[in-house]
Design a binder for this molecule. Structure first.
Ligand SMILES: Nc1ncnc2c1ncn2[C@@H]1O[C@H](COP(=O)(O)OP(=O)(O)OP(=O)(O)O)[C@@H](O)[C@H]1O
Ligand SMILES: [Mg+2]
Length: 342
């Protein structure tokens, strides 16, 4: 659906060159929810703005449904932009217009009659759950409601793609969840391809099929989210996942006084990641049964994804050296990722 080939974008600010996007190639499939995660300044917005040519790349190609749109201007560009909706962190609604009028704006550029527009707007309001707010002004709405209006407006021209630039960053966790669920619903119902920019792994985890991780203008890792979550490669990906897992609390715990934690300083600490049907607890009892190795669970987390689960366990190990080694090999054979933290 969307193909980016070797995209590069440089800005010049006060005579200094800033390379915002460096040779990025990505392929986003039709109907998928694709996440782009990275810290502030990583180049996420610049990259996504290249998709609808709000930024013109210095080099590289942008293809939408196999159509090379890179050089488009004028009428051709306007036409392709109608197929690509976009929503933003701060909603970007017109404050002096009602909800109805905000959604009507993009429709005014079409051939629809006033009554056809009205019908379309009513359908959109129903889709986003705001049928009773048609005559309200943005200032009378909550953040979540404003984003719903922005989504309705972005969907007015029946786009094939929806770009979301930090669309939930200004919202509390519960409202974030409801907006993400709405995006998931429009993805499924309308077959819309969605690109989501975020700096929160929780957002990726909740609705994305695949993810690309950006750092300093480059994509450092990309893949199916279950693969990325169960076996991250780039250090920055690990940082994002650890932040989402509250791994810091676990790290603090293993440094704490043994009298409180019951973990002695000599005990190895393992961090185990497993996916699918391998359940944590039976596995630990197997270690004892087979190797007389005791694994004391001091941290646990399970993530539920569309097609499988990823579990994580932090365990303090006790046993004979040779047996511990065998136990580790056993886990690896069972497709468990074993990181030795100590
Ligand atoms: N119009 C511009 N002029 C000059 N520099 C720019 C411009 N737009 C972006 N940049 C620079 O390009 C780099 C990437 O910016 P970008 O906004 O794409 O990052 P981001 O990942 O979206 O960050 P954030 O999470 O803060 O939104 C930054 O160093 C930024 O300062
Ligand atoms: Mg940005």
């Amino acid at each position: 659906m969307i193909k980016l080939e070797h995209i590069t974008k440089t800005f010049e600010l006060n005579g200094k060159k800033i390379q915002a996007v460096k040779d990025v190639s990505l392929e986003i499939q039709s109907g998928e929810i694709f996440g782009i995660i990275g810290f502030s300044g990583a180049g996420k917005s610049t990259l996504v703005r290249c998709i609808n040519l709000l930024e013109q790349p210095d080099s590289g190609k942008v293809l939408i449904a196999e159509e090379d749109i890179t050089g488009y201007t004028g009428q051709a560009l306007r036409k392709i932009r109608q197929k690509i909706g976009m929503i933003f962190q701060h909603f970007n609604l017109m404050p002096s217009r009602t909800v109805f009028e905000n959604i009507e704006l993009p429709l005014k550029l079409t051939q629809l009659t006033a009554s056809e527009r009205k019908q379309k707007i009513e359908e959109l309001l129903q889709l986003v759950g705001l049928s009773d707010k048609a005559q309200s002004y943005p200032s009378q709405l909550s953040g979540g409601q404003k984003q719903r209006v922005a989504i309705a407006r972005a969907l007015a021209n029946d786009p094939k793609v929806l770009l979301c630039d930090e669309a939930t960053s200004a919202l509390d966790p519960q409202t974030t969840h409801s907006i993400l669920q709405l995006l998931k619903e429009v993805n499924e119902r309308l077959g819309l391809t969605i690109v989501i920019i975020t700096h929160q792994m929780e957002v990726i985890k909740e609705i994305c099929d695949r993810v690309a991780v950006m750092q300093n203008g480059a994509v450092v890792e990309q893949g199916n989210i279950v693969d990325v979550f169960s076996d991250p490669q780039a250090p920055i990906t690990k940082d994002f996942i650890e932040a989402a897992d509250n791994f810091e609390a676990f790290s603090a715990l293993i440094k704490m006084n043994g009298a409180i934690t019951g973990i002695s300083h000599e005990q190895p600490i393992w961090f185990l990641t497993y996916r699918g049907v391998v359940a944590g607890e039976p596995l630990m009892s197997e270690l004892y049964r087979l190797f007389k190795v005791k694994a004391n669970i001091i941290y646990g987390n399970i993530d539920y994804f569309k097609e499988c689960i990823v579990g994580k366990l932090g365990v303090a190990i006790e046993g004979e050296d040779a047996q511990i080694k065998a136990a580790k090999a056993f886990l690896i054979e069972k497709q468990v990722r074993v990181e030795v933290l100590r």
